[in-house]
Design a protein around this ligand. Structure first.
Ligand SMILES: [Zn+2]
Length: 455
């Protein structure tokens, strides 16, 4: 079955047909690097990662571009608060973000462009929009006139006539000189709040708006028309709507993007995550409580990307236990020396691919893996080979032995047990194995010596 994905533009599942055969270009709205990302953001990046992995197993050569927003109101304000230069400040959170995606086993995108390094491209696009009459100048900046773009609202299905002030969080407060309340800034002229952050350009001294960076950077690296654009559902309006308005007016390619894919929210205890509710978690808050990034990844994978995911520590604990059980099974079947039947493996893999190709149904693919492990249609060696193939998509590090910290007491028992075994004192060795078990660990005797794992 060919790969089918749900396109937000048509509100339908569509067969994926790329602009260039055999290649897939995708753009992912990346983070604003003024703080560490929260678990809602991380879901969006894990989703994009799963998508690129599925494109790859379908034989596409993937080029993924993820932007880093390193200049906007928040980065400027927070860098000033921290008493740091903007560049120095954003560098810190860029590093934090790269660590986060590595920990989550998210494959690094091919290009991660920064807004501040693409001012030239943004200025060029804004100049084009001014020339074509889609943009106009006011006292404080250059704005996009949504009235001029007749397709405005085609992604979000919002009618521009019905747009009111306050509909968008990004609407500037001082709207008095804009033609329409939802007209958005392409370029903001410098004012004293910006401090030393500005660029002297043909447009005047100032800095770019947020939306323009995605139009300029995506097309620079992927071409004036490309395959896939992803983001969280919260970005559909106004951000992605505005990106379309800028790009289709500026580059005159329709559609600018062929497939729009959006992942749903992460809720915390059934509520929207927010700093004021105190239900706002970053990766470190999760790992500090003894969960690994892979526990969190397993939790994300348990829900379909187009459904909201309810995060609770009970749910995360369940994911952790399931993940641990899975790893234990794998370390068992790994030892099998049985003869493998290629036909069995290929048939199961084909089924797996079909499940994923139906709009990236990862939760169903996970159940399918569990079904294979539970049933005895395949032998252990075949199961093991399949699981490794599946993990190319899941990215759960299923074959990696986890480094575990063994308490000193347990280490002592293990050493004593080794000694007892050498002395052929089997009774004592067994007693010590029990003691180790009671402490929550299990010793395995393998050809290369002993191995210990958490129960
Ligand atoms: Zn964007």
């Amino acid at each position: 079955m060919p790969l089918k994905i749900y396109n937000t533009m048509s509100r339908k599942k569509e067969v994926f047909k790329p602009v260039k055969e055999g290649q897939a270009g995708m753009y992912v709205c990346g983070p604003t690097i003024y703080d560490y990302v929260h678990i809602g953001n991380l879901r969006a990046y894990v989703f994009a990662d799963i998508l690129r992995r599925i494109l790859k197993i379908n034989g596409y050569k993937v080029k993924e571009v993820m932007n880093l927003t390193d200049v906007d109101d928040k980065t400027i304000k927070n860098s000033q608060k921290a008493g740091m230069k903007l560049k120095e400040f954003t560098k810190k959170y860029e590093k934090g973000f790269l660590e986060n995606i590595k920990d989550m086993n998210i494959e690094k995108p091919e290009v991660m462009p920064k807004a501040t390094e693409h001012i030239k491209e943004m200025v060029a696009l804004i100049k084009k929009l001014l020339k074509k009459g889609f943009a106009y100048k006011t006292d404080d900046g250059i704005y996009y006139s949504i009235r001029k773009f007749k397709d405005y609202g085609k992604l979000s299905k919002i009618k521009k006539e019905n747009l009111k002030a306050g509909a968008s969080e990004r609407v500037l407060k001082d709207e008095y000189d804009k033609e329409h309340v939802n007209d958005f800034a392409l370029w903001k002229f410098w004012d004293e709040n910006d401090g030393d952050v500005f660029w002297e350009t043909e447009l005047g001294k100032g800095r770019p708006g947020w939306h323009i960076e995605c139009s300029a950077m995506s097309t620079k690296y992927l071409g004036k028309q490309f395959d896939i654009h992803t983001g969280g559902v919260d970005l559909i309006f106004p951000h992605h709507e505005n990106e379309i308005a800028q790009s289709e007016a500026g580059f005159e390619k329709k559609p600018w993007v062929k497939y729009w894919l959006h992942n749903e929210w992460v809720l915390v205890d059934g509520k929207k995550m927010s700093k004021s509710l105190g239900n706002y978690y970053k990766l470190k808050d999760i790992t500090d409580r003894g969960y690994s990034p892979m526990d969190l990844r397993y939790f994300y994978l348990s829900g379909h990307y187009r459904k909201p995911l309810n995060f609770t520590f009970t749910n995360l604990e369940a994911a952790k236990n399931t993940y641990q059980r899975l790893k234990n099974i794998i370390s068992e079947i790994k030892k099998s020396k049985e003869k493998k039947n290629k036909k069995n493996i290929n048939a199961a893999y084909k089924q797996f691919l079909e499940i994923l190709n139906d709009d990236l149904n990862v939760p169903k693919a996970l159940s399918f893996m569990w079904e294979i492990l539970r049933e005895n249609k395949l032998n252990d060696a075949e199961k093991y080979e399949l699981v490794l193939k599946f993990d190319k998509v899941f990215g759960l590090k299923l074959d990696k032995e986890e480094k575990i910290k063994i308490p000193a007491e347990v280490k002592k028992f293990v050493a004593e047990r080794e000694k007892a075994r050498k002395e052929k004192n089997w009774k004592l060795a067994d007693e010590l194995r029990e003691k180790i078990k009671n402490a929550g660990y299990y010793v395995d005797d393998t050809g290369e010596g002993w191995k210990i794992r958490k129960l």
